[in-house]
Design a protein around this ligand. Structure first.
Ligand code: ACO
Length: 335
């Protein structure tokens, strides 16, 4: 059985935050941010906007493009590391979409690699599990997890959602070719949002041991990152991963129409393209307008490129995600 991408959509919050806006809250400048990262603006959830609602809007647009009814969706993969319910947002998205046949819905947590993992998981569910219409949604709100006083990280991130509908098809039409996926927990210390226990009430247990009970308030630390290490990791591992995925697909970098990387930093995108010998005219980037939107960045950039007519039906795209975990992976798809 084959699988193909048949629709895409995206949604961003209404509040736009420019580099100049940020320079009013931390010691930074438009020049520093744009030269080092390529980012000029980002969108941030505000008021009563919710990430789940953005995910639903993106998914609805993908279904409309594909002309598929929500009732015909049999799996929703919600790729997010910032769910609005720790138990997962997928079922809430399923409910709000109005999928009356109650398809399976669950979350995939793999930071900025989440969407690529979602695409590969969709293909596995279709090829091995009998699923027919799988919504893969990438949605993240890292604005809720950064320290807005830390100029080293708060300048990088934005909030967004993007979605793609992956559909079963005959093997001749197959549009999801090779893939390559990795993780390295050892490198996780370079980028994380760690769990922290704030207060505990210590008591002596009956056998003399100290009990931390009852547990009090718990929360997560703000995002912490060693930018230089993350930069080195991305530039070293992503080109290798794309080459492995291309080799599995029987292709080379010269055969692909577009390079679509997780939008983390323009200098990372340029360095990976240079290593693969892919000219900038074949590289998709919308980072300047949205910053790093984690699992949403690839479907958001894809949707923009499809809507503008840049990416055309039948074209081949090498997509790669990388980020916390550390995790990274690539897949070769036909639009
Ligand atoms: N404005 C002004 N100065 C700043 C800012 C800022 N926003 N941030 C840091 N600086 C200062 C530092 O304090 C430091 O000053 P010092 O020399 O007086 O100590 C100086 O600028 C250099 O700081 P570095 O952190 O060494 O800057 P670097 O050149 O490494 O650039 C950056 C930082 C842009 C974060 C870069 O390391 C990077 O892009 N790394 C990749 C990060 C990334 O892509 N992360 C996300 C990927 S994974 C995911 O998506 C979750």
């Amino acid at each position: 059985k084959g699988c193909k991408l048949v629709g895409c959509g995206s949604a961003v919050p209404s509040l736009k935050v420019s580099n100049d806006d940020l320079s009013k809250i931390v010691d930074t400048s438009d020049e520093w941010i744009s030269v080092r990262t390529g980012i000029r603006n980002r969108r941030v959830l505000s008021g009563n906007e919710s990430l789940t609602a953005l995910a639903v809007e993106a998914a609805r647009k993908a279904l409309q493009m594909a002309r598929v009814d929500p009732d015909d969706v049999d799996l929703v993969l919600m790729c997010t590391s910032t769910p609005e319910d720790l138990f997962g947002s997928g079922p809430q998205v399923q409910k709000s979409l109005g999928c009356k046949r109650n398809p399976l819905a669950y979350d995939i947590t793999a930071a900025c690699s989440g969407f690529v993992l979602g695409l590969v998981s969709a293909a596995c569910h279709i090829r091995g599990g009998g699923f027919n219409n799988v919504l893969v949604i990438g949605a993240d709100s890292l604005s809720r997890h950064v320290d807005w006083m830390d100029r080293g990280t708060c300048i990088l991130f934005g909030d967004a959602a993007g979605a793609v509908l992956v559909q079963a098809c005959d093997s001749e039409e197959d549009g999801l070719f090779g893939f390559d996926l990795h993780s390295d927990g050892e490198g996780g210390r370079h980028l994380n949002v760690n769990f922290k226990e704030q207060e505990t009430h210590n008591e002596m247990g009956s056998n003399g041991s100290v009990l931390s009970f009852p547990p009090r308030r718990h929360s997560y630390s703000c995002l912490q990152m060693n930018g230089k290490e993350v930069f080195r990791f991305a530039v070293r591992c992503v080109p290798q991963s794309i080459e492995l995925a291309l080799a599995k697909a029987g292709l080379s970098a010269a055969n692909i129409d577009w390079l679509l990387l997780h939008q983390a930093n323009q200098r990372i995108i340029d360095a990976v393209a240079t290593r693969l010998d892919i000219p900038s005219e074949r590289v998709i980037s919308n980072l300047a307008n949205y910053g790093n939107t984690s699992a949403a960045s690839i479907p958001l950039a894809l949707d923009e490129a499809v809507q503008s007519g840049k990416v055309k039906s039948g074209q081949t795209i090498a997509a790669a995600g990388f980020g916390a975990g550390l995790t990274w992976g690539s897949t070769i798809v036909r639009w």
